[in-house]
Design a protein around this ligand. Structure first.
Ligand code: SF4
Length: 434
């Protein structure tokens, strides 16, 4: 669901910003409401530019102008309509009580639709092509992918993300990850009111009581590597026995009522039966798939990764199959193949970031834009967001994804929403990382 520009700008009565006049500070506000017995979570981000974003159940995003921010905040805080109408007519010149009442009704209607149970699952749509970075220039990202590290490093990072109003964190838990670190990271994320996700292999998730502990800590979604319906294809990339572990993990995640996401890497061997792989997920009631390709430019074509052209063909197959089976699909930026490393290692490491509303955030605070060379755009712990946003690598990245690349050559592909997948310049090139 995409909801944008709900409210036309109103002329403000007071000097300065309307949000300042309404005594609303920039920052992140977290609310939990009871929606017919089901908790519904809202994050309202108020930006310094007198705009805001309302994120509902981490699944739908509405872009708000100042009047929308004022109404949404008041509604979520349970204020009665007459008080909200009074505030609007005070802050904005020329707005009648009737107009203000209608706007309040619209916001109440939107909020009640968003909090319905069918919208409370999953965590995906804000990075769906429907939430287009083209349509919604982001003052700052909505989420960060953070490799797991010890709590002494992760906790300050999370506090900083809260300060910067970045509401969603996905922890990248590598092979043999430390379960105590992961549980502590999720606990802290939830304590702050941020959205917590974990990306992990089935084998690593099933160690001890980790999944149950993550559920207790309040994890919102768990993304499990699921590469193929065929166990031999999956295990060749993810490790011996991991296919069985992934299947069990996806089932256990659902039993714990956590949002389960299958993370699929597109390479030559997994592409072979990709439609059957999607069908096998649906047969297991897994309807959220996050897909990234490992790709190599035509002139460097090696065995294993896809070429740009093959990637486009693969995207067509994946999108058709997902649509046919009602799978919610999210594309992550393609990863450029590094010939110095085994393909399996690159698949297991996974994508750099969870789409184009996300950043990669290293445990030392280094920010890496979602696409392009592995080139730091400053440090979140050392500078403010404006200094990061103005770094050349971040500017180049945003310019790329905010330029509409849709064209008629192979029309209708959601993967093109942010960048043409044929072009290696728009892939995440992590070769400079190690
Ligand atoms: S941007 Fe154009 S050429 Fe590139 S994949 Fe999409 S439709 Fe095809």
């Amino acid at each position: 669901m995409k909801l944008q520009d709900l409210f036309v700008p109103r002329r403000k009565i007071s000097a300065g910003s309307p949000l300042a006049a309404a005594r609303i500070e920039p920052g992140l506000y977290h609310y939990v409401r009871d929606a017919a017995g089901t908790p519904a979570r809202f994050h309202l981000r108020v930006d310094s530019t007198d705009t805001g974003l309302l994120v509902a159940n981490a699944a739908a995003v509405a872009k708000l102008r100042a009047s929308g921010v004022i109404i949404a905040k008041a509604v979520l805080e349970g204020q009665p309509d007459p008080s909200i109408v009074g505030r609007l007519t005070t802050v904005f010149r020329g707005v009648t009580a009737d107009q203000a009442r209608r706007d309040v009704e619209r916001v109440r209607d939107v909020i009640s639709k968003l909090e319905s149970p069918k919208d409370s699952y999953p965590i995906l749509n804000m990075a769906d092509p429907a939430f287009s970075s083209v349509d919604v220039p982001l003052e700052r990202p909505l989420s960060a992918d953070v490799p797991l590290a010890e709590p002494e490093r992760i906790v300050p990072l999370l506090d900083r993300l809260w300060e910067l109003a970045i509401p969603h964190v996905t922890f990248v838990a590598g092979e043999g990850c430390n379960p105590q670190w992961l549980i502590r990271a999720v606990e802290r994320t939830e304590d702050l009111g941020l959205i917590a996700g974990v990306r992990i292999r089935g084998t690593d998730l099933l160690q001890g009581t980790l999944l149950a502990d993550l559920a207790t800590a309040g994890v919102d979604h768990v993304d499990v590597l699921y590469l193929s319906r065929d166990p031999s294809v999956h295990d060749a990339l993810a490790g011996a026995g991991d296919h069985g572990a992934a299947v069990r993990a996806l089932s256990e995640i659902q039993r714990c009522e956590i949002c389960a996401v299958a993370e699929v890497a597109l390479v030559e061997t997994t592409l072979h039966a990709i439609e059957e792989t999607i069908e096998s997920l649906v047969a297991r009631d897994v309807i959220n798939a996050a897909v990234f390709a490992v790709a190599a430019p035509e002139r460097e074509k090696a065995e294993g990764p896809l070429s740009g052209g093959a990637l486009v063909q693969a995207a067509m197959l994946v999108e058709e199959s997902a649509e046919q089976h009602g799978v919610r699909l999210i594309w992550y930026p393609p990863l450029r193949f590094d010939p110095r490393l085994p393909l399996a290692q690159q698949v297991r490491r996974g994508p750099r970031s969870s789409g184009d509303s996300a950043i990669r955030l290293e445990p030392d605070g280094t920010v890496i834009p979602g696409r392009g060379p592995w080139q730091p755009a400053g440090n979140l712990m050392a500078g403010d967001w404006d200094s990061i946003r103005n770094e050349p690598s971040y500017q180049a990245y945003r310019r790329r994804v905010e330029t509409d690349t849709h064209c008629d050559t192979c029309p209708g592909l959601a993967i093109c929403a942010a960048d043409c997948p044929r072009h290696p310049e728009g892939w995440a090139d992590d070769r400079g990382k190690d």
